[in-house]
Ligand binder design. Structure first.
Ligand code: UDP
Length: 240
């Protein structure tokens, strides 16, 4: 299968058409961004690290029965994915207070929530990805009622699988963001990536940040921290 035209260039990924109509090649770049792109740096090795981690996460989810766009990793920085229309929502699941939730509601970071919360943000850089509710999703024609229900169930299922898995790696899954794709047939699939760029991962014992907050908050080098997450995943896999 050959790489053809560049279809889309995002903040940290490039998407190429392939010779197969329904297959996209995603290339992970050595780019770190935060604050809606206002903070931007080249971080050598980050593309390969995120491609590796997100591929392992999607394989884990696939094995647990979560439908996704992921096909397979084909090189250090590249993977093949199914072509979908991305629904313009950032779907955030929270198990503990952190980040914007803590700021908005004045709840200390790390406070456990009584049950997982699912939130929607409207994916629009110019509007700064505003927080919206189910009615906004309907009125803006982003998704219908049945799809909203499916998106929430999918998000909670991903949360259940990943929270339990990360726990075995001595990691607390504080919160994360997923994106959902719609196939030509109208089916919903988990899409985009799941990596330390899109999750808050805290060491269970020390509560050290093992995620992009290292970069967002200038807490140190991102690569050794992402490497640590990968090391724990690989260790667990080698035990089998
Ligand atoms: N997140 C993301 N992309 C975004 C915004 C948030 O991947 O554009 C992830 C973020 O890494 C965290 C979760 O979604 O795991 C919740 O982020 P929050 O709303 O607290 O926003 P932040 O504090 O990152 O601005």
């Amino acid at each position: 299968m050959e790489k053809k035209d560049l279809l889309y260039e995002g903040k940290a990924k490039k998407l190429y058409q392939t010779t197969e109509e329904n297959v996209i090649l995603a290339e992970y770049m050595d780019q770190a961004t935060a604050l809606n792109g206002q903070k931007k740096d080249t971080v050598l090795g980050k593309g390969a690290m995120n491609n590796q981690i997100t591929s392992l996460v999607f394989e884990k989810l696939k094995a647990a029965g979560v439908p996704s766009h992921f096909i397979r990793k084909i090189s250090k920085t590249e993977q093949l994915i199914e072509k979908v229309e991305i629904i313009p929502l950032e779907v955030v699941v929270r198990n503990y207070a952190a980040g914007s939730f803590s700021k908005r509601l004045g709840i200390e970071e790390g406070t456990p929530l009584a049950f997982p919360i699912v939130e929607f943000y409207y994916k629009d850089d110019q509007l700064n990805d505003p927080f919206i509710n189910d009615s906004h999703v309907l009125v803006l024609n982003i998704a219908n009622n049945e799809e909203i229900h499916q998106i929430k169930s999918l998000a909670l299922k991903v949360n259940e699988i990943l929270s339990a898995w990360f726990k075995t790696l001595d990691i607390q899954l504080i919160d994360f963001k997923i994106e959902i794709g719609r196939t030509k047939e109208g089916n919903l699939l988990l899409a985009d990536e799941i990596s330390p760029d899109t999750c808050r991962l805290w060491d269970n014992t020390t509560h050290e940040h093992l995620d992009k907050d290292i970069y967002r908050r200038d807490l140190g080098d991102l690569i050794p921290v992402y490497q640590e997450v990968l090391r724990r995943i690989q260790n667990e896999q080698n035990k089998k």
